[in-house]
Design a protein around this ligand. Structure first.
Ligand code: SF4
Ligand code: SF4
Length: 182
């Protein structure tokens, strides 16, 4: 076929030299490169036994926050859902009834709260939009899962443990970038 441009280059296949036909020098060269890597610092991180330090701007799994008395802070105002560019957040509001003052800080609370982690882009806008300091992105990875439904995180997955009744679990879930409780 006639070439359209003059960019075509004819490549010559040169006959192999005696050393090249032996293959051994090339094998030794390759082995030398392999052995030189033995003495270099290993860049591999054996996750999950080892973890890399997080960047300051890292945003991980969402946490629904409680106040220092263990009450849920979220008022189900919906601002986080409105701010979310991926439409990953849904919730259902409920009214607090008498006797539930120790459970919910405000008169309204989120009876259901869901985040679809397959949609989430971890932008942090929900955290910024929240007027109640009720949601933040921790320094924890969202764990892997084999099923899509495993990435729909409900309130029970997101709510931080109660600091009064489960102080150890609370500290563990809080992460290093947790906002101060109010
Ligand atoms: S981090 Fe961004 S994408 Fe994810 S739920 Fe919050 S606002 Fe939506
Ligand atoms: S997490 Fe914050 S912004 Fe979202 S519904 Fe609750 S109080 Fe409102």
């Amino acid at each position: 076929m006639q070439p359209l441009t003059k960019k075509v280059k004819q490549v010559e296949r040169k006959p192999m030299t005696f050393l090249e036909r032996l293959y051994l020098p090339e094998i030794f060269k390759g082995m030398a490169i392999t052995f030189s890597h033995i003495f270099k610092k290993v860049p591999t991180v054996s996750y999950p036994e080892q973890t890399r330090p997080f960047a300051k701007v890292f945003r991980g799994l969402h946490v629904l926050n409680r106040d220092e008395e263990g009450r849920e802070k979220c008022t189900a105002c919906g601002l986080c859902a409105l701010a979310c560019p991926a439409e990953a957040i849904t919730m259902e509001a409920a009214e607090r009834v008498r006797g539930e003052e120790n459970l919910y800080r405000e008169e309204r609370y989120a009876a259901k709260y869901e985040i679809n982690m397959l949609r989430c882009i971890f932008c942090g806008l929900c955290e910024e939009a929240c007027p109640k300091d009720a949601i933040y992105l921790s320094e924890t990875f969202a764990p892997a899962n084999y099923q899509r439904k495993g990435f729909i995180y409900g309130k029970e997955d997101l709510l931080i443990p109660n600091p009064l009744t489960q102080p150890e679990e609370y500290e563990k879930a809080k992460g290093e970038r947790a906002p101060a409780t109010q």
